[in-house]
Design a protein around this ligand. Structure first.
Ligand code: NAX
Length: 327
């Protein structure tokens, strides 16, 4: 058997953590043959709750679970990590100033990036889920020493999956029959869910795209604001679907994508006019443990404006954290 894979999950006692840990431990991430060791990072006040989750993991007697360890110190939690899910953060709360939001997250993701740089394994792969995810990933990457920036990614897979589900409902097809959907830009309401290249059973969706009212006034805002709609309905934010998307992202990254492409927020190399050095969502494939941005897609005027707007927001966030000395 392969050596166990060390997986660190931050925010382990939170809602997403509770859904994510059991899926990782049960083999949903790396398959039924791969043993995983879980390393849970929490703030001191939540360590007791993380211990409760660890008791339940223990009680599940998963054949793929090696060990579970709990930490309140990032240096220890990331020691030897092959994969890191950075879920715990300080998301925006009502009335919060942007500078307060960014500095609180700088205080979390700067030290976590440093700890990753100091102790993670050479093949470390980092997925940032905690919001503002793209900029938190940028902060972590900029503190991580020798770890290539390409190992720091942020999650737009939930937005991608939401887009698949909305299109399948509209077209009356199954999500598995859809390919070539893209989320561009920031994991925020400026994101651009793009159906321009989408196919169903390999065929372009010409009729659906011609229904501009549906695409522009229904599909795009529904996907971009789905997080708020879930909060409104459940009284709590998306947790199981977010955990499932996190699994999809990291599984594809480790084992390779199986569709034409998926959506992942990766370090921009300037592709499609997105400024170099921001972590933006792109159409991506993964092979041999590396994400690649799909090249050569035609971008129409509508898409151009949407991509530019979200990229501008990312550049603004980057400038703000740079001005605060957080990157
Ligand atoms: P919860 O508030 O339930 O859990 C967060 C946990 O993180 C808490 O247990 C807290 O103690 C812990 N934490 C805080 N600071 C920490 C630190 N410095 N080190 C370790 N742990 C720390 O939130 P939950 O619903 O689990 O959501 C987690 C994050 O995911 C939020 O930032 C949320 O905004 C973000 N989301 C991102 C999504 C995406 O698509 N990228 C979608 C879902 C979700 O909204």
């Amino acid at each position: 058997a392969n050596a166990p894979v060390n997986i660190t999950v931050t925010g382990a006692a939170g809602n997403i953590g509770y859904a994510l840990l059991f899926r990782i431990a049960s083999g949903a991430l790396l398959g039924p043959e791969q043993r995983v060791n879980l390393r849970l990072l929490e703030i001191p006040q939540a360590v007791k709750a993380a211990e409760g989750t660890a008791m339940e993991l223990f009680d599940s007697a998963f054949s793929t679970l090696g060990s579970v360890d709990i930490f309140d110190d990032p240096k220890q939690a990331f020691e030897g990590a092959n994969i890191a899910f950075l879920v715990g953060s300080m998301p925006r709360k009502a009335g919060m100033e942007r500078s307060d939001l960014l500095s609180a997250n700088g205080g979390i993701f700067g030290p976590q990036g440093e700890a990753l740089g100091a102790g993670a394994a050479d093949d470390i792969k980092v997925l940032v889920v905690g919001n503002p995810a793209n900029t938190n990933a940028l902060i972590a990457a900029s503190h991580a020493g020798d770890i290539p920036a390409s190992r720091f990614t942020a999650m737009t897979r939930l937005d991608h999956n939401r887009a698949l589900a909305q299109l399948a409902a509209k077209a009356g097809c199954h999500v598995s029959e859809i390919d070539k959907v893209t989320i561009w830009g920031n994991h925020s309401t400026t994101q651009y869910p793009d159906l321009t290249h989408a196919t169903i059973k390999g065929e372009p969706i010409t009729d659906i795209l011609a229904d501009r009212a549906w695409v522009e006034d229904d599909f795009i805002p529904t996907v971009a604001k789905r997080g708020a709609a879930i909060i409104e309905a459940r009284g709590a934010s998306s947790a199981a679907s977010a955990a499932s998307a996190a699994i999809d992202h990291v599984r594809d990254w480790c084992l390779g994508t199986t569709s034409a492409w998926t959506s992942a927020a990766v370090m921009s190399d300037g592709s499609y006019g997105v400024p170099e050095g921001v972590i933006s969502s792109f159409p991506c494939t993964a092979e041999n443990g590396e994400w690649k941005i799909v090249q050569g897609l035609e971008i129409d005027d509508f898409s151009r404006a949407k991509i530019d707007a979200s990229a501008a927001e990312l550049a603004e966030e980057k400038n703000a954290v740079a001005a605060m000395g957080l990157i």
